[in-house]
Design a protein around this ligand. Structure first.
Ligand code: KPL
Length: 299
């Protein structure tokens, strides 16, 4: 029998993972906030072609148990979305979360007595309309127990050899911090300048990009993550080149005048920095965070 899983937050990323997990042999159900139908037809466009599938849709009122829940909501919405489903959890339910940023994992983990798989992904996907998902880049998805255990759950065998999945991470917190550092540079800068990722490498932005990398690296150095700080220039350059045509998630949210993940990304890092005895000067990052905290005009 096919292993079952649910996806809460079937937006761009959730839709992509619905196709990926179906291809990996899972029976996937979607959980939206207000499903209008009991089935949702989605089309995935990739450079290799297109595929259309119908997924069963459930509302948060459904009562049957959930064994494996993939959370692909924005990170600030994850806790509410998961709490609304907690009446369906058993003593074996596992949650997998793919949200950007940090600061919300402990609360999620408590809801399933520690059975939280934390993840980060550089997959790029957009949602040109409610029925369509467009893959912009396979990226890599890194998963590991938030509690840090070495052994992967059995279902990981289904996805471990896919091109989008990395090996099981025994220290996922380190992987999330590495991704956080990258997001702290790329996401606010592309969102505030309203440019695709690749344009960050233009000469006009060279100085700002270097300053942002320096400020983020300074915080990571003071936090004791010297390896993340050291590798940051190289890793940022790499992600920018790999996702050159993409819009960062923060830019896309800002273009839609939607809430961005600035608190979970930059807010989290600057909060950690403010707890340091000797906190580094980070005027650029502070100005970005206050710009991102401004309400949209006309709101
Ligand atoms: O994670 C991303 C995001 O947009 O949220 C990156 C890797 C920066 C790709 O755009």
């Amino acid at each position: 029998m096919k292993p079952r899983c649910h996806i809460v937050g079937p937006g761009a990323l959730g839709g992509l993972f619905a196709f990926r997990l179906t291809a990996a042999g899972f029976h996937v159900s979607l959980i939206g906030q207000h499903p209008a139908t009991q089935q949702q037809k989605l089309t995935l466009l990739t450079p290799k072609g297109q595929q259309t599938l119908e997924f069963p849709c459930e509302s948060s009122n459904t009562k049957s148990p959930i064994s494996l829940l993939w959370v692909t909501t924005k990170s600030f919405a994850a806790l509410n979305a998961v709490t609304r489903l907690s009446h369906r959890f058993t003593s074996e339910t596992v949650i997998v979360t793919l949200g950007n940023g940090m600061g919300y994992h402990n609360a999620l983990s408590t809801l399933v007595s520690g059975r939280l798989v934390a993840g980060s992904t550089t997959a790029g996907c957009s949602s040109p309309n409610t029925q369509t998902r467009k893959l912009a880049g396979e990226g890599k998805t890194r998963l590991g127990w938030w509690a840090g255990a070495e052994t992967a759950p059995d279902w990981f065998a289904n996805i471990k050899d896919t091109p989008w999945c990395s090996d099981w991470e025994s220290n996922i917190e380190q992987a999330l911090l590495e991704k956080l550092a990258i997001n702290c540079v790329i996401n606010p800068m592309t969102a505030l300048l309203n440019i695709p990722n690749g344009q960050l490498l233009d000469n006009t932005h060279q100085h700002t990009l270097a300053t942002a990398i320096e400020e983020v690296a300074a915080i990571f150095n003071r936090l004791g993550h010297t390896d993340i700080a050291k590798n940051l220039p190289h890793r940022v350059g790499h992600v920018i080149s790999d996702t050159a045509q993409n819009s960062s998630s923060m830019r896309t949210d800002r273009q839609r005048q939607a809430t961005t993940e600035h608190e979970e990304i930059l807010g989290y890092l600057l909060e950690r920095s403010s707890g340091l005895k000797e906190k580094p000067l980070t005027p650029l990052l502070c100005s970005w965070l206050s710009a991102l905290r401004q309400p949209y005009p006309n709101q």
